[in-house]
Design a protein around this ligand. Structure first.
Ligand code: ATP
Ligand code: MG
Length: 410
């Protein structure tokens, strides 16, 4: 990647406004676009969906499939540099773009994150330096490898190597028969069987790394999942035991270095008890982009994960982010529009907007909605960041918000 910075608000050699591009038009792309525009860039989004959250607000929206040659050519023609907002962007498309424009993260890094088999192999390779290993696991891609799965991986979770997210493409299995059945049900695609670990908690770390190798980390956040989907993130001192938090940050930076990663990277960790009964870390997976668990940075830090993405892409300086407020992020799923205050409405009823007036009356509440026009149960519609001067207050406000929304208490 070129180390010459792309300065916002200037014009390119061809007289175009400096434009940054993103493959994918989901909410992460939308928040990248918002951060880029705030700094004075023009933006271009490639996504076939005419109503994609990022496409709706971008200067340019190229509505073609991700591997469409003409669409990719248009994106390259418009943009000085291109990033991605979801890991299932076809890696060959990023190779095409990368031949002509700076692309961050690179096709190689995205390809690793797209495939649990490659990803786990990288984590194993990094373990001597990162100090953290993945869960015990084995690859299942043939009848022979299925038969060779060691007994001590059961009970386990069978996960498809590709295209899984929010707990999709995963089956929990306790017996060899159930494992064989689950593999058949998943279409006998390449999978990883992972030992089911007794999780004490989960956390993740966001880092940003520039093309010059400079890297910074954001504070560690503790994550609560419900039904395989992130429900809540807590980011304040003590949310994760400090010794583990420090190890998680060091591990994530080591993984970014090993990948020669450019851009924003999120690595997820499990907190488990080791054989000595001490809390320990296990590395779960990574996302080659900003992550839902890093949304708190928008309102609690002096640099958001999306601005960090813009800066790494444009080759701008990357100062160490400072968290100025304890924060809790609550994910807003479409269910809230059908169960206002926790009361399920009739199927036939129109979706009802949650009581934002009451929520926003509480100090330190920051509403982010993604511009999705039709709420559906399980669909990520937005998130709410809560900030406060201290931990007690942020937790107290979060409890009030959760009660107003009819969500489980903190
Ligand atoms: P994401 O939405 O983060 O991409 P995903 O569908 O890719 O999710 P994972 O992160 O692998 O899936 O798993 C989803 C959740 O399932 C984890 O956050 C964790 O709560 C649980 N889980 C996954 N693997 C294990 C394991 N080996 N032991 C115990 N729980 C697990
Ligand atoms: Mg995950």
């Amino acid at each position: 990647m070129s180390l010459k910075p792309i300065l916002p608000g200037s014009t390119s050699a061809t007289g175009q406004q400096m434009t940054l591009g993103v493959m994918g038009g989901g909410q992460l792309g939308r928040m990248f676009v918002q951060a880029a525009q705030a700094m004075g860039y023009f933006t271009a989004v490639l996504d076939p969906d005419p109503a994609s959250p990022a496409g709706l607000i971008s200067h340019f929206h190229i509505q073609t499939p991700f591997d469409d040659e003409q669409g990719l050519a248009q994106l390259m023609q418009r943009c000085e540099a291109i990033t991605t907002e979801f890991e299932n962007v076809p890696a060959p498309a990023l190779v095409t773009l990368g031949a002509h424009r700076p692309v961050a993260p690179s096709a190689v890094c995205v390809a690793v994150a797209q495939d649990r088999v490659l990803e786990k192999a990288r984590f194993v390779k990094c373990a001597p330096v990162s100090g953290v290993s993945p869960a015990p696991h084995a690859v299942v891609d043939s009848v022979d490898s299925l038969a060779a799965v060691p007994d001590d991986l059961l009970p386990g979770i069978l996960k498809t190597a590709r295209l899984g997210y929010d707990g999709k493409g995963q089956v929990r299995v306790s017996t060899r028969e159930a494992l064989a059945q689950a593999w058949a049900d998943l279409g006998r695609v390449t999978c990883v069987i992972e030992k089911l670990l007794p999780l004490q908690a989960e956390c993740s770390v966001i880092v940003a790394r520039g093309a010059n190798g400079q890297r910074v980390s954001f504070p560690v956040q503790a994550n609560t999942h419900r039904d395989g989907i992130l429900a809540l993130t807590e980011a304040y001192e003590g949310a994760v035991p400090p010794a583990l938090a420090e190890r998680a940050v060091a591990s994530t930076l080591a993984i970014a270095d090993e990948l020669n990663y450019v851009g924003v990277l999120c690595v997820e960790y499990f907190i488990v008890k080791n054989s000595a009964g001490e809390p320990d870390l296990v590395v779960n997976e990574m996302a080659p982009r900003p992550h839902n668990s890093g949304h708190y940075t928008q309102n609690a830090c002096d640099l958001s994960q999306f601005e960090a993405q813009v800066r790494t892409l444009a080759g701008l300086p990357l100062p160490t982010p400072r968290q100025h407020s304890p924060a809790i992020m609550i994910n807003l799923l479409g269910d809230l529009w059908f169960e206002p205050n926790g009361v399920r409405s009739q199927q036939s009823e129109r979706p009802v907007s949650p009581p934002w007036d009451q929520v926003l009356a509480l100090p330190g509440t920051h509403l982010h909605q993604y511009g999705k026009l039709s709420p559906r149960p399980g669909r990520k519609m937005g998130h709410l960041n809560i900030t406060a001067p201290n931990v007690e207050q942020v937790r107290a406000t979060a409890r009030q918000v959760l009660a107003l929304l009819g969500l489980p208490a903190l």
